[in-house]
Ligand binder design. Structure first.
Ligand SMILES: [Zn+2]
Length: 486
């Protein structure tokens, strides 16, 4: 078994990975709240965990990867209304129309970036019964209280025996001292308490019946309930963006302890944020870019379009716990590097083996694994891959040589890391196919022209109609026939 080390946010240390059950990995990652288009910063977090998922699979673990969809209960900062209900009210749509639209967008974008789907993708609305049961357990255990149809978690009482702040390293006593004088904390006993169940006001659209009246669950609870249901009371890895550490993940720990009396997660992993041009991304200032805008090039912050694989390579060049800054120069440089890597992979297929090796391929392959085993250090891995790019060019120039066994190890290792683990795709190969399609359509346009010149209307119509069925539309103009792909 590999000596894999990962950085645990709970201990703030790198720890050797020892799964709860040998050979198995249970991993939960907080998914999106589906009320708007997924932005590039979200994509980066999910991509880091896609890479981690891929690496565990490669190592031979049986992985159950759960990533939820938040489709209820995520309160907006300034009111008692949740994000999806608010959007539904403003757009005069059913909440489930909002959920469907942005869940589809989320999946489309992730597919373009070549994500593997999680093993289970549960939704908050699909687990209302389990959430109500968990609230009843926490109430029974004396760590929550009901006021006017809402139920709150009693942070102060919990903190008497457990440590609220264990993950975020916050001292709850200090926090209480600082917030004691705050006004308008509604029904809560203390400002630190958080909602397990909220009473639905008359205008609130999403609502369910409960022992406390008509309402909806608090956001933090769904993750506790769904991770426990599918991964058990204690599981291996919980991931998410660093911004979720407090309060969301802190609350998850408290709820799970209050329900099951056990620390729910062995390893907490947190991905860092993506900035743009050195500043926080923000819709209001225009310092922002959507994934679709990267693929189309339609954004003032970039000079051209970039393929999803180039954007993926750009993100993989940074360690998942480091801040990464997006800029046109940075992604342009990534594109050059990525093309060099792909060219070397193509070239490696044509290399000829020699009798003997002049390069230490085995030690190099080991270094690739060591990089990933050191808290999934993808930038070091990529530096090692570029060492191999240099070798491939030297072998091609006849300056170095490899035996057939070493050549096989070199090419299989590169292909495994680039395509299976980093999840990159060969965009050049896709371009090759589009060139072939272009050639074929032009050939058919020529044949149709010939048919028309021969007044064979049946044949010319057949070509046009059958192309149309394939989603290729011909347009006859003054300068000849062109086509578009629908
Ligand atoms: Zn969560």
């Amino acid at each position: 078994m590999q000596n894999l080390f990962l950085y645990n946010s709970l201990s703030n240390k790198k720890e050797r990975f020892e799964p709860v059950k040998e050979g198995y990995v249970g991993m939960y990652v907080c998914g999106p709240t589906v009320y708007s288009n997924v932005h590039l910063g979200n994509v980066r977090t999910f991509m880091s965990f896609d890479m981690i998922y891929r690496y565990f699979l490669h190592l031979g673990y049986k992985v159950r990867y759960v990533r939820n969809i938040t489709d209820a209960g995520h309160l907006t900062d300034d009111s008692d209304e949740d994000k999806i209900s608010k959007k539904a009210r403003l757009e005069q749509l059913e909440p489930m129309e909002i959920v469907q639209r942005y869940t589809t967008d989320f999946h489309d974008i992730l597919n373009k970036f070549n994500f593997l789907p999680p093993s289970i993708e549960p939704t908050a609305t699909g687990h209302i019964v389990e959430q109500i049961e968990a609230i009843e357990t926490i109430l029974k255990n004396g760590l929550a209280y009901e006021v006017n149809g809402s139920v709150y978690f009693d942070v102060i009482k919990y903190n008497e025996k457990e440590h609220y702040g264990i993950l975020s390293k916050r001292n709850i006593e200090d926090a209480i001292e600082n917030t004691r004088n705050l006004e308008g904390q509604s029904d809560k006993k203390n400002p630190q308490d958080f909602a397990l169940w909220k009473k639905a006001e008359p205008e609130h659209i999403q609502r369910w019946n409960s022992p406390w009246g008509s309402g909806f669950p608090g956001w933090h609870l769904e993750c506790t309930v769904m991770s426990t249901k599918y991964l058990g009371e204690q599981f291996d890895i919980h991931g998410g963006g660093m911004d979720l550490k407090f309060p969301h993940h802190e609350c998850e720990i408290a709820q799970a302890q209050a329900c099951n009396h056990i620390n729910p997660v062995k390893y907490w992993l947190h991905g860092n944020m993506l900035t743009m041009n050195g500043k926080k991304m923000s819709k209001s200032t225009g310092n922002n870019i959507l994934p679709e805008e990267i693929f189309s090039g339609e954004n003032d912050n970039i000079s051209k379009a970039y393929s999803p694989s180039v954007a993926r390579f750009f993100m993989m060049q940074a360690h998942y716990r480091s801040i990464l800054d997006f800029s046109n120069d940075a992604i342009l440089a990534a594109e050059k590097g990525y093309n060099r890597l792909l060219e070397a992979i193509e070239l490696s297929k044509r290399l000829e083996a020699s009798e003997t090796s002049t390069l230490g391929v085995k030690a190099w392959s080991q270094k690739c694994y060591e990089a990933m085993n050191d808290d999934f250090n993808s930038p070091i891995l990529i530096a090692n891959l570029f060492e191999a790019v240099k070798w491939i060019n030297l072998i091609n120039d006849g300056k170095e040589s490899l035996s057939s066994k070493d050549l096989e190890l070199l090419t299989s290792t590169i292909n495994t890391f680039v395509f299976d683990i980093l999840g990159l795709e060969n965009a050049q190969m896709q371009d090759d196919n589009s060139e072939k399609i272009d050639g074929l359509v032009h050939l058919l346009i020529e044949m149709r022209k010939k048919a028309r010149d021969d007044r064979d209307w049946a044949l010319s119509d057949k070509i046009r109609d059958e192309l149309m069925d394939l989603g290729i539309q011909l347009k006859d103009g003054k300068d000849g026939t062109t086509y578009s792909l629908n």
